[in-house]
Every structure is written in C-alpha cells, then in structure tokens.
Design a protein around this ligand. Structure first.
Ligand SMILES: *Cc1c(COP(=O)(O)O)cnc(C)c1O
Length: 254
C-alpha cells in the first residue's frame, strides 16, 4: 500500500471516529444547555494540502489554522481553490495587527475566533470594509483567557462582556458569534469538570444576561483532540480537533 493510500484511509477513519464521538457526547450533554449541534473544525496546521483535500472530499468543510501565513497560503492554493470550493477557514491563532490584511484577504475565510481586544476588533472591522467584495459581515469570536496563564492570549473573564458589547456596538461590519478558549493542556478530568470550560460557559451566561442576547445564538469554541467530548458535555458548540484527524504533528522546534 502506498503512503498516500494509507493517509486517505487514516483521515476517513479519523473523521468518522471523531464525528461518532461528537454524536455520543451530545447525548450525554446536560439538557439545561442550549442544544446546538456541535461544529467540527479540522485543525490542519503543519499538515499539507493533499490531506486537507482528502478530508474535504470525505465531507469535512470547516478547517482551522493558527498562523496567518499558513492559512493564507493554503486558502489561496490552486488545488484547494479548485477542489474545495465550499471550504470554511477558521483562524484560531494570535492575530498581529500587521497580519490582519493578509488574513482577511484569504479566500474562504469564515471566522476569526481570536479577537481579544477592542483595538484588534476595530482594526479588523476597518480593514474588512475595504477588503470584502459584498456587504457581508465577518464572523468573529471573542477569545477568553480562562486559565489566567500569562502566556495565553485572550481577554480576562471579567472583561468579556465589555468587549462583546464593544464589538456589537462599534464594529458593525463584524458579526459576533461566540466565545473561544484554549485553556490549559492536559487537564485531568478525573479531577472533575475542566474549570476552563466552566468559566467559558459562565462568561456566555453573563454576556447573554447583560446584553440581552439569546443564549442559543452564542457559540462556545472549546475542546481539542484530548478533551472535545468532555467539552461538548459542558456546552461546546465548536470543537477544534487536529491530531485525532490528521495524526500527530512533529514537535515544534522553536
Ligand atoms: C492545534 C490547535 C488545536 C488542535 O489541537 P489537537 O490537540 O491536535 O487536536 C485546537 N485549537 C488550537 C487553538 C490549536 O492551536
């Protein structure tokens, strides 16, 4: 069997398995939570274009990248443009001001999940108006630093409502979709529910109460390969899964 062939099998199998696990987790989800069907974002960072096309041909539409250059290159790739016409890109990394333009010019950009300051929101809004080819709004999420770690990006939980209000009032060409967190890695769920996920759900509660929003319309993007099922049980409506679909990534050489 050639390598290409075995990749294909792996990705189909990975996707199917993850989708089945999502379905099963939805059944276990508390009935008090909004019953929003979770969206699977296949995180393709570091993985080559042919694997993205395989996943697309297996039915996957939403893909996530955390570097602007990489998303931009893949989104503009001739093969992707030809074979993946309905692809929807999620930007899930830290966004620097000087990269906004490049990101917003990427074909198929669906959402920026990592808005974490008023300044960034204002800049994205301003540039989107110049770049867009119709009257469409750009979907955004507000990223929350739920773990309080200094190295993590995201707005503090106590500042979330204010930022969401700013986006909704002042960035009229952005469409606020929900809240996103990365949270701490390797949390041991035998210790109880992941506090990052509880915090994000609590932030949504507060945002919806204070700004009078329907909770059924505010998404929670949380959970990765190691914990997406747990995240869904606690209310995730978008899960970002890389390794379980595309296989392990080589360690980062920083
Ligand atoms: C890499 C990454 C993921 C996916 O991680 P896996 O453990 O491979 O599933 C999810 N979210 C963000 C923000 C990431 O950078």
């Amino acid at each position: 069997m050639s390598d290409e062939k075995s990749d294909e099998v792996d990705i189909m199998y990975g996707l199917k398995t993850v989708l089945a696990q999502i379905e099963a987790a939805v059944v276990r989800r508390s009935k008090d939570l909004p019953q929003i069907a979770p969206k699977l974002v296949a995180v393709s960072k570091i993985k080559p274009v042919p694997l993205i096309i395989q996943a697309y041909e297996a039915g996957q539409r939403h893909f996530g990248e955390n570097y602007v250059n990489e998303l931009s290159e893949k989104a503009s790739d001739a093969q992707i443009l030809e074979k993946c016409k309905e692809i929807q890109w999620h930007f899930i990394g830290h966004l620097q001001t000087n990269k906004i333009n490049k990101l917003l010019n990427s074909p198929g950009l669906y959402i920026v999940e990592t808005v974490d300051s008023e300044k960034l929101a204002d800049n994205i809004n301003k540039q989107w108006v110049k770049i867009r080819k119709d009257e469409s709004k750009l979907n955004v999420m507000v990223q929350v630093n739920t773990s309080g770690e200094e190295v993590k990006n995201g707005v503090e939980p106590s500042q979330v409502t204010q930022l969401v209000e700013h986006v909704r009032k002042n960035c009229i060409d952005l469409d606020f979709k929900g809240l996103m967190t990365i949270g701490q890695y390797d949390y041991d769920t035998s210790q109880g529910p992941n506090p990052d996920f509880l915090t994000l759900a609590k932030c949504r509660q507060e945002v919806c109460e204070k700004l009078n929003l329907d909770i059924n319309n505010v998404e929670l993007s949380m959970g990765m390969s190691s914990d997406f099922e747990h995240a869904i049980e606690l209310g995730a409506t978008t899960v970002r899964v890389g390794t379980n679909i595309f296989g392990v990534r080589p360690p980062k050489n920083k």
